[in-house]
Structures are given as C-alpha cells and as structure tokens.
Design a protein around this ligand. Structure first.
Ligand code: 48F
Length: 268
C-alpha cells in the first residue's frame, strides 16, 4: 500500500457515544423478545440461527465473554470436533469443511466450525448479549415468561460489595441451552417445581439420539436443548461429538416456532 493511512477524524467522546448509544438502543428493543436463548454453545446458537431465519425476534444471553461454549475446544484440549451422520448435512449447510474418518463419522477443526456457526447465527439476525449471566426466571401463571439477569462480573465481586440487583427481560419462550449444568431448569428445581436426575455415564451411541428425541418443552414457556436435555432426563453424556447438539438446537427452534404459531392462532 502506498502513502500514509489517514483515518477519519473521530474522537474519544464520539467513540463512547457510539458504543453506549447503540448498545442501549438495542438492549431496550430486546427487553421484550419472542425467544430468549440462554447459552451460546452449539445447541443455543443453532436454535437461535433457525429461529431468527424464520423471522422471530431472538436474543441469546451468554455468561462468558466468548461465544461457542464447548464447541471451541473439541475434546481433551485438542481442537477437533466429531460428528456422526446425518449431522454432516448441517456442516454442508454452514460451509464447515470436514473429513470422513470412517463411514458416517466426520471430523472438523473446532475454531472453523464454531466461528462459522457464530457468524451464521449473527447473520440470521439473532442478537447476542455476552458477559451476562441468567440467574433466575420470570414465571407468570405457571408459565416461564422471561429471565432475570446480571453482568457476569457481579458474581465475581466480593460478597461485601456484590449486592447488585439484577434486571429482567420478557419473552414468550425461553430455551435452556446452558450445557451439562442445565442451570435454567435448575431454577425451577430449586423451588420444587420439577426434579432433574442428572446426566448418566458416557455412551455416545445412545446419548445423541436420546438428546434429540427428548429436546422440547419441560414446562410451559421453557424449552431445553443440547446437553441440558441429558441432565434433565438422566440420559448418558456424549463427549466431544456435536451432531446431537446441532440437531437438538434445530429441533428446539422448530418446537418454539410451532408453539408461537399456535399462540397466534385464535383456536389455541
Ligand atoms: O456447554 P455448551 O457448549 O452447551 P451445549 O450447547 O453443548 C455441549 C457441548 O459443548 C459438549 C458436549 C456435547 O458435545 O458434551 O459439552 O449443550 O454451552 C453452554 C453455554 O451456556 C453458558 C455457558 O457459558 C456456555 O457458553 N451458560 C451456562 N449457564 C449460563 C450460561 C447462565 N446461567 N447464563 C448465561 N449463560
């Protein structure tokens, strides 16, 4: 490149106004959404992508700074992720390169797979709020109608100064995609509304099929997707194979879309 690069004359105050103004404008808009997805792992991102593609107003709340959950690191801190047929269809759809290791068994680079999924969810129009932890649910007339949330940093503050009240966002459906802990369903368990057996020992061949099969509503207004399904129903864990996560997210999205359509129908 020839010559000196001269950037536009934009000062500190303008940068601050751009960040705070844009963030707050969007935050206020998303205080009421169609669906809140809690957890930006593979199942939550997949669900968010499909729902946003179908025109729903979707916000994803993630406690970490980074998105992707367990999809970034693969297994055993080795950044490869595996998929079993028929989930390679989603790899094709998202343009994720993969290699067939044996018939019906595929492997990809996790940073490539994860970044493609994050970009696809954002491109579809899902709004992401990261560094924010969901710490409780809004429940009205025996149905989940939103989440209670706070900056993740608040939970790391010493108790003496960590007394910061949360805020809430409302939605018609909430999806618990928080992974192995299933922390959102856990807020109902804490109040004796339901019980979770916890996930069983690893058994790849059973867990993926079971997780996809059981993905669905666990309580009015509350869907469960991904590894949280195994915890809620006592299914085996599956290790670093991710087709079940992607297809569970897709099923959660389909179930949410259908239930919101039913709510619109006068006969429902
Ligand atoms: O754990 P995670 O990747 O969940 P998943 O979509 O996928 C599981 C796989 O990664 C893997 C596996 C199967 O292949 O065994 O573990 O079911 O992503 C869950 C995300 O939820 C966030 C957490 O930081 C992670 O990014 N999360 C958990 N609790 C909260 C939360 C919370 N209370 N508020 C906001 N985010």
């Amino acid at each position: 490149m020839e010559g000196k690069t001269i950037f536009a004359p934009v000062g500190e105050a303008s940068v601050t106004r751009a960040i705070v103004g844009e963030f707050l404008g969007e935050f206020l808009d998303y205080v009421e959404s169609d669906v809140i997805v809690v957890g930006a792992g593979p199942s939550g991102l997949m669900a968010a992508m499909d729902m946003a593609n179908s025109g729903l107003k979707v916000v994803v709340i993630e406690s970490n700074n980074y998105l992707g959950g367990g999809f970034w690191a693969g297994g055993y801190l080795m950044n490869k992720v595996t998929f079993r047929a028929p989930s390679e269809e989603i790899l094709e759809e998202l343009g994720i390169p993969y290699k067939e290791i044996e018939p019906g068994h595929f492997v990809s680079d996790s940073p490539h797979a994860c970044s493609r999924l994050i970009a696809a969810a954002c491109d579809a129009g899902a709004k992401i709020i990261n560094t924010t932890r969901v710490e409780d649910l809004v429940v009205r007339d025996d149905a989940v109608r939103g989440v209670v949330m706070n900056w993740s940093a608040v939970s790391y503050m010493p108790k003496a100064i960590g007394c910061v009240d949360p805020v809430a966002m409302e939605s018609r459906v909430v999806i618990d995609a928080t992974g192995h802990h299933s922390s959102i369903v856990g807020y109902l368990e804490k109040r004796g509304i339901l019980t979770m057996p916890g996930e069983a020992n690893m058994w790849v061949e059973r867990s993926e099929d079971g997780v996809v099969e059981k993905t669905g509503f666990v309580y009015p207004g509350l869907l469960v997707a991904g590894m949280a399904v195994a915890t809620v129903y006592g299914l085996p864990r599956m290790g670093p194979t991710f087709g079940g996560m992607l297809l569970s997210g897709r099923k959660a999205a389909k179930t949410a879309i259908e239930s919101l359509e039913l709510m619109k129908s006068p006969k429902a």
